[in-house]
Design a protein around this ligand. Structure first.
Ligand code: SF4
Length: 304
């Protein structure tokens, strides 16, 4: 090969790398909700009558830096999530590619992209009543590179006060399930809720509130791309898998959310009210641990 050819090869290789890195960066910003970028003042405006194509052609029009408003769904209407390959409730093989359209973000970029999204959530007022009564939003807790993501319902009083999900009594039980049950550290998983704001009197989220807030959770999942999801309780199942079947009917099987193997178990608050169900939750965790390749310890008597 001639020196000129080598130079050309090097140059095109660098250009390809640059384009790939630029694309990943833009996809990351898009997932964080950024729909427009400021134009540096040294770039001349394009002189054409044609409209300038958007950076992300599929993105709906939105004000710069703000979430696209979702049309509210009537209360009780179950939202249909983006269809994963195959029916949402098909318990099939775990060995299936996730159903995302874009490549995963580089691990190193995830914390900053999540921070941008958290800042957007912190000023969200899509649910006027919740925004008026919350102390603060409760975005998430845990690792942006977690293999496993837990998703619950909504913040309670302790979470509203601290800004961290699952820190009250139910949160302590979830922490025990993660640490004592699964042998993981809480900071190694990622924990989020369907709603980022506390519903007054700890009532159940309305369909409209869930529809307003779900896009944030969808973006969190898209950014983190966990290998496994564990849905905690009926409300998380209802809005992520789109079913109102009882927990008793849904437990013990694998489902898929965006192609990600997803298992369901009881919400820790339910387990506090019904300690007898802890053995069922432990069975669910063992299924999860087996799939994750984690050692399953034998349960000692009295640990339920
Ligand atoms: S619950 Fe979600 S959508 Fe509603 S105001 Fe809070 S952050 Fe916004």
């Amino acid at each position: 090969m001639h020196g000129d050819d080598r130079d050309l090869d090097d140059a095109s290789g660098s250009a390809r790398r640059l384009i790939r890195e630029l694309r990943q960066r833009l996809e990351g910003l898009h997932r964080a909700g950024v729909r427009d970028l400021p134009r540096p003042n040294w770039i001349e405006p394009v002189r054409t009558d044609d409209p300038v194509p958007p950076i992300f052609p599929q993105a709906p029009a939105a004000a710069a830096g703000h979430a696209v408003e979702q049309p509210p769904r009537p209360a009780g209407d179950l939202p249909t999530r983006k269809p994963a390959p195959g029916p949402a409730l098909a318990a099939t093989s775990l060995f299936q590619e996730p159903g995302f359209e874009t490549a995963p973000l580089p691990l190193v970029e995830r914390p900053s992209i999540l921070r941008v999204l958290a800042e957007e959530v912190a000023i969200c007022t899509k649910c006027a009543n919740l925004a008026a009564t919350r102390t603060q939003t409760v975005f998430a807790d845990g690792s942006p590179t977690a293999r496993l993501m837990f998703i619950g319902e909504a913040p309670g009083a302790d979470e509203d006060r601290t800004g961290i999900p699952f820190v009250g009594r139910a949160g302590q039980l979830l922490t025990d399930m993660i640490t004592k049950g699964m042998g993981l550290k809480r900071q190694d998983v990622y924990i989020a809720n369907i709603l980022k704001c506390r519903p007054p009197e700890n009532r159940e989220p309305s369909g409209e509130e869930a529809a307003n807030c779900l896009p944030y959770l969808e973006r969190q999942i898209d950014i983190i791309r966990p290998e496994f999801i564990c849905l905690l309780g009926r409300v998380a199942v209802q809005y992520l898998l789109g079913t109102t079947l009882s927990m008793g009917k849904l437990r013990g099987k694998w489902y898929r959310y965006q192609g990600i193997p997803t298992i369901v178990t009881y919400h820790p608050a339910y387990l506090l009210r019904n300690p007898v169900a802890k053995k069922d939750a432990w069975e669910d965790l063992q299924i999860l641990m087996n799939a994750m390749g984690l050692p399953v310890p034998s349960r000692k008597k009295g640990q339920d």
